[in-house]
Design a binder for this molecule. Sequence first.
Ligand code: GRG
Length: 349
Amino acid sequence: MNAEDASPTQPPVGSDFVLRSHLTAAVDCFNAFLQTEVAPYITRRAVVQLADPMLYALDAPGKRIRPFLVMLAAGFPLQKSGKSLEATSASSGSDTAYDRAFYETNPRLLSILWVATAVECIHTYSLIHDDLPAMDNDDLRRGRPTCHIQFGDWAAILAGDALNTLAFELLARAHHEWPDLPLSRVLLSLSQGAGISGMVCGQALDLFQERNPISAAERSALLDGIHLRKTAALIRAACELGALCAGHEDVSAFGGYGNDLGLAFQIADDLLDVRGDASVVGKTVQSDAGRGKLTYPSHYGIEASETRAYDLQTRLENLAQQLLPGPLGGPDYRAVWNALPAYVIRRTS
Ligand code: GRG
C-alpha cells in the first residue's frame, strides 16, 4: 500500500498546510528559546566536559514533536499578536519569533516553554543512551555523528544522565516562573512517561526480547506493550503536561490521544527503517531486522502495519474533536490535532 494514496482519511491539502504552519512557528519559537535561554542556562551551570555533549545533542536538528505537543495542549499562542495562523497564507516571522520581553510579561507562557524543554531533555537523553554500544550501537543521529562517537562513551553517558536530571530541574524552574503550575501532577506525569512505568521500562523489555529469543506468541503479546512504554509514554506525557499548563483538571483525553499518536509514530518509525532514506531520516536505516528488533513490519508485515497506522489515524482524528482549549484560554487547535496523525504517519524523517 502506498502512503500517498492508501487512506480514505487522507487529509485535504489545506489541513496539511495548517499543520505545517503551526509546526514551523512552534519549532522556530522553541529552537530560539533553546538558543536564547536554555543553552546559556546549561553553559552557566555545567562544566564544559558536560555542557558540550549536552548541547551537541540538544541543539541537533530534531523534529521537536514533543515540545510541539506540549505547546499545542497548553494553548500556547503561536502569534504574539493573537492573530490566527490560518488567517494568513504565511505567518509573519516577527510575530511568531521568540521574544524574551514578550514572554517575560507572560509567566505562564514562559513556564510552558520550560516544561516543553524538560520533555525534550528526556527525549534527547534517551536518544544518546539508546545509541550507545551497549544498546543500539548507532553512529548516526539527527544527521550527525552520535554523541558517543563525537565525545566518547563516558561523556555521552554522563551527558544523558545530566539531561535526565536537568529535565526535573527545569520543571522546578517552570513552577518558579508560574507558581500556579500544578507541580506534583506535572512531576508525576513526566516521571511516569519517562521512568519505570514508561520509557525506561519499554527500553528494558525491548532490549531483553532482542537478546533473548522468545516465541511468536510472546512477541505478539509484547509488541504493543513495549512500544506503548518505550515511545508512546513520553508522547502521552507531553500531551498531558501541556493540558496541565492549560489548567485542565481532567487530562485523560489528551493522554489517550498521546498514547495512540505514540503508537502511530512508532509504526511510522519502523516503516522508515524498512524503506526510508538514511540521508533524509538522519539515522541508520534497515538496521532493525539485523538486530532482531521486534517491530510492526517484522511481525505483521508492511501492509498490515500501514493498515494499523491508518486505523490509528482515524481514531486520532475523532479524538482530536475533544481536545479543547483549557480554562486558562488560548487558541482552539482542533484542526491541528486533526492534521497531526497524517503528518506523523507520512513523515519521511
Ligand atoms: C535509553 C531509556 C532509554 C530509552 C530509549 C527513544 C528510545 C528509548 C529509543 C529510540 C529508538 C527509537 C528510534 C524509537 C522509535 C521512536 C523514536 C523515539 C524515534 C526518535 O524520535 P524522533 O523521531 O527523533 O522524534 P528526533 O530526532 O526528530 O527528535
